[in-house]
Design a protein around this ligand. Sequence first.
Ligand code: NAP
Length: 256
Amino acid sequence: MSDSFLPGLVADLSGQVAIVTGASRGLGKAMAEALGASGARVACVARNADKLSETVEAIRARGGQAEAFSCDVTDRVKTDELVDRIADEWGKVDILVNNAGITRDTLLPRMSDDEWDDVLNTNLRSAFLWCRAAARHMMRARYGRIINITSVSGLMGNPGQTNYSASKAGLIGLTRSLSRELAGRKVTINAVAPGFIESDMTATLGPAIVDEAKKRIPAKRLGSPVEVAAAVVFLASPAAAYITGHVLTVDGGMTG
Ligand code: NAP
């Protein structure tokens, strides 16, 4: 995360407890760092313990508080245990960012059952599990911020991504319905829909596809993980108290 971007990125989240899934690299790492720099105590969740500790070290190097929790987000039992443990040991859960996600791109006639199921399980079912586990604590506390990371693919569709687009569109439906269930308890649920962002996920696409994508982006460039993190910090902040059920695109104008 670039320090020069930090002054505009941080909100006052001191004393708050945040959980970020998929915090071991890419967008989730930037989100965890930005929330940590804003004063939140951050529970960094993913499977790769070594990469997670790099995120934790980066947060601590700026004077923030963070801990790594190695967990597969599709595991219901571990999810419930971990969210309850954080709420118990850290006192509460104020912020949940459901960011963990995967792609298994291929055209639909060639798509295997596993490629469909893996993507739906990781991107959509896990968000249901984590929302359910965290919402129980947030409802009791009458405070909470849930931010689900969807994608412009969930809004526009994308060839080769029927599984991914379906999962991300489903996440928007989950966000909108849950926002209506929990608004009266002062718990907000919003989605952030990134476009093409520099990360391992887009690096696998290769330079030809990235150059072609740039032509279709009005801003003529890929976004950076910190630009997505900025949207997450805003929606996680007290300033966003009256925003719920919203999908905030961070896409250089792609869907504008
Ligand atoms: P990435 O670099 O591939 O990182 C994905 C993260 O998810 C990693 O931290 C990974 O950690 C974690 N993860 C995946 N499966 C998991 C599982 N079963 N359990 C726990 N953690 C898991 O992806 P990214 O580009 O940062 O994308 C982050 C999110 O933004 C995703 O939801 C993605 O769909 C969305 N998004 C990205 C873009 C983009 O252009 N990059 C655009 C739109 C939306 P481990 O491997 O350590 O478990």
